[in-house]
Write a protein that binds this ligand. Sequence first.
Ligand code: AMP
Ligand code: ZN
Length: 473
Amino acid sequence: MKIYNTLTKRLEEFIPINEGKITMYVCGPTVYNLIHIGNARPMIVFDTFRRYMTYRGYEVNYVSNFTDVDDKIINAANEEGVEASEISERYIEECRKDMKGLNVLPATTHPQATKEIPEMIDMISTLEQKGYAYKVSDGTVYYRTRRFEGYGKLSGKNIDELESGHRSEGHALKVSGTEGKEDDFDFVLWKPKKEGEPYWESPWCEGRPGWHIECSCMAKKYLGDTIDIHAGGEDLIFPHHENEIAQSEAANGVPFAHYWMHNGFLNIDNQKMSKSLGNFFTVRDIAAKYDLQVLRFFMLSAQYRSPLNFSDQLMESAKAGLDRIKNAVSNLSDMEKNGMDGDMTDAELENIKRAEAEQERFNEVMDNDLNTADGISVIFDLVKFANTTTSNGATKAYAKALKDEMLKLGDVMGLILETKEETLDEDIERLIEERQQARKDKNFARADEIRDELLAKGIQLKDTREGVKWSRI
Ligand code: AMP
Ligand code: ZN
């Protein structure tokens, strides 16, 4: 597997710390309202990475947090006149529902910031002891950024360059709570409570943690001091991930993450989709119009690092593409029931080898930094292959083998390609059987009568080469 590593800015062969195992941390959403489809992109692509690596035989320990203490949550709580925890718990639940719809597997662990406060206090204390953190008069604790030699190694930013940019943008910080702050680049580890805000006791003041410390602590607690992969959207590279590295490496004294993976933005009209710009759709908005599998398929139609533009037209074409694959699976399913009995023919045995070779090709393209766009092309090739090699009928065994192959690749993508078969009431089943018998007996009058009777019950029959099919009308 080759992964583009933001840290080294190269495509690198993936070598895990422990053979056959992967420790992976993905920054999760801040839960103050429903997630938008931009937030869904990292969930979908890194879930696909996890699924793919699992299919390749790795055991993946996958941790993704919910940021449940933050200004936005507090503001939402104040607006509604409820506790901050009520807002965060509500939107964690809603987020889990969206994940389920998107077929994103629950993480091995979903830690929440508010439940890890002692760990954060510990890490900040360690940083303080090592001279990387200091407290100012109002109780705020800052990270001493310049003291960390590697600062800027992930984002490629250099503090002095940043400084000139910073100053010229007029960001010179002389706002409240910065009294005693040594440097503009120092960032908050702990801040004092304000009236009406949730707070915890600490050695510095009653207050709450900064955002960055949360991920450093949770990664350490659930995965260890050095992890294989850290991931998130590319907007997190700076400052969030840069600051995480500074905190973790200064506190733990070892490298934090070997590989850093970042997904590109989901854009709309070529602008980043975001809550603050107001140009967003929630996952729920999309669910009202499409099966969420279509959204997942749409997201995977691009390699995860490319920007992806959202439009109705592209969603429609994703829907058509997914339907094409699902139809092929459904046809194979019918053939599995109604095809020829017995062993595969010699030609079919040859064809199955070719289908397996497609799986090899699938692995190759996915090994190339998770190129799901190419992975989907391989699935389409398999659809074409299935359609042509079964157009003159097939054995049940061949249909099953091909179908299993497609379902396996679909599963790696997290796509549900087979709709669970709906069962019919017994009396309807009986009528269908009776009609089949009537047709065999050439009693067409009775057969037509039953067809009309079923139609009146909302069941439409279609006689196909593979046998009789029904659908609801
Ligand atoms: P947030 O709730 O803003 O912290 O975002 C949660 C995750 O969604 C982070 O990994 C972000 O990088 C990611 N994200 C937010 N907006 C977008 C977008 N428009 N496209 C892709 N990823 C995004
Ligand atoms: Zn994070």
